[in-house]
Design a protein. Structure first.
Ligand code: NAI
Length: 348
């Protein structure tokens, strides 16, 4: 495993914690990238990483992304992330979640946890038995609940912004959108796109899930292999990171890429590769901030869904500003977004 300080994704993380519990087998890494704006906040991801190096790379990239996301979303939180190593379908137990809760509690509020891929609302409640520093909790208890509908709303508004800018269209009627991933965010996004008159194509590894989402959106299922290069106006990646790479970019046929998945660019240079193909890219962490905006209102202790929606409605303005600066300076939107975020977290 690469040494942490020399890791190519280290980027001056303030703290990286390796948490273990011998009774439950807990193996987790918590990355605290930057706390300039407030305590580091970001989701817990549970995944069956092939090795420790993959888990470390993931947590470092994701926690830096959270610093940038929270800064550009205008919320008083820093950036952090936790990865829990294991199969979410086979290895999850209440005791494991509680052990993670104790590890989070040990950080005394420097890291605030929420839900990410492989975790559920019920898991958040188990973690909460051991720590107060966990959010995205049950709405019946006055918390914000699943962040994914708010994430989907932010993605929808971002797609509309990109369509307005690049296609000169004020509505989505007849606009063709390919959604990769029919999970919590992708399915909800597809439904909202369908309601707005878009033509939705959707794919998921789980074909039943893809079909249900397509039905709800009045759209069609496409195969997992075909979705990225579908002949559409907009590609909305809502599954995995690193899907914009040397192999996929030459095959894309969309005019716009705008979706929820974190870390869509395999490497920073892929932002330029998209621009060279004439594709408008909505920087992922700007587009997908709805969920963490929801969490931030929980953290403030004054959860109010109306205020959350109003805050999410500001994402298009940030996106417009990024596109404007990028056009004025001949830069790509991802470079401009990173630069804005670095200024806000005291790194420029
Ligand atoms: P999820 O786990 O509910 O859904 C992901 C879906 O992608 C699953 O249905 C899975 O079967 C599918 N999938 C995996 N590989 C695929 C492939 N190669 N082709 C097609 N489908 C594939 O996750 P969720 O919550 O919907 O998140 C989606 C993405 O958005 C993730 O990258 C996540 O990090 C990101 N995100 C989610 C937020 C949220 O509020 N849930 C907030 C910000 C980002």
């Amino acid at each position: 495993m690469s040494a942490v300080f020399d890791h190519v994704e280290f980027d001056h993380h303030e703290q990286v914690v390796f948490a273990h519990d011998h009774q439950t087998g807990l193996r987790a890494i918590i990355g605290i990238h930057n706390t300039f704006l407030g305590p580091a906040a970001g989701g817990v991801r549970m995944a069956n990483y092939a090795n420790m190096d993959d888990a470390l790379t993931d947590v470092l990239r994701l926690s830096r992304g959270m610093s940038y996301k929270n800064a550009l979303a205008g919320i008083p939180l820093g950036g952090g992330k936790a990865v829990l190593i294991g199969n979410p379908k086979a290895d999850k137990t209440p005791q494991l979640m509680q052990a993670l809760g104790r590890a989070i509690q040990g950080l005394a509020g420097r890291y605030l946890a929420a839900e990410d891929v492989g975790m559920t609302l019920a898991d958040m409640e188990e973690i909460a038995l051991e720590t107060n520093h966990v959010f995205g909790r049950d709405p019946k208890a006055g918390f914000g609940g699943e962040p994914s509908p708010m994430t989907a709303l932010g993605v929808l508004l971002s797609i509309k912004t990109c369509v307005r800018r690049f296609m000169g269209r004020d509505d989505l009627r007849g606009v063709r959108v390919a959604v990769q991933g029919a999970g919590a965010v992708g399915a909800d996004l597809a439904r909202q796109l369908g309601q707005d008159g878009a033509e939705v194509l959707i794919a998921d590894m789980d074909s039943a899930r893809a079909q249900a989402a397509a039905d709800a959106a009045g759209g069609q299922v496409l195969s997992v292999d075909d979705i990225l290069c579908a002949d559409v106006d907009v590609l909305a990646p809502c599954a995995l990171g690193a899907i914009l790479n040397d192999v996929t970019i030459p095959k894309l046929r969309s005019k716009i890429v705008c979706g929820a998945a974190n870390n869509q660019l395999a490497e920073p240079r892929h932002g330029q590769a998209l621009a060279e193909r004439g594709i408008l890219y909505g920087p992922d962490y700007v587009v997908n901030a709805g969920g963490i905006i929801n969490v931030s209102y929980e953290v403030s202790g004054e959860y109010d869904a109306t205020k959350v929606v109003e805050h999410i409605q500001r994402i298009p303005k940030t996106l417009e500003q990024i596109f404007e600066e990028a056009a004025d300076e001949g830069l790509t939107p991802d470079v401009v977004a990173d630069r804005m975020a670095q200024r806000l977290i005291g790194r420029s």
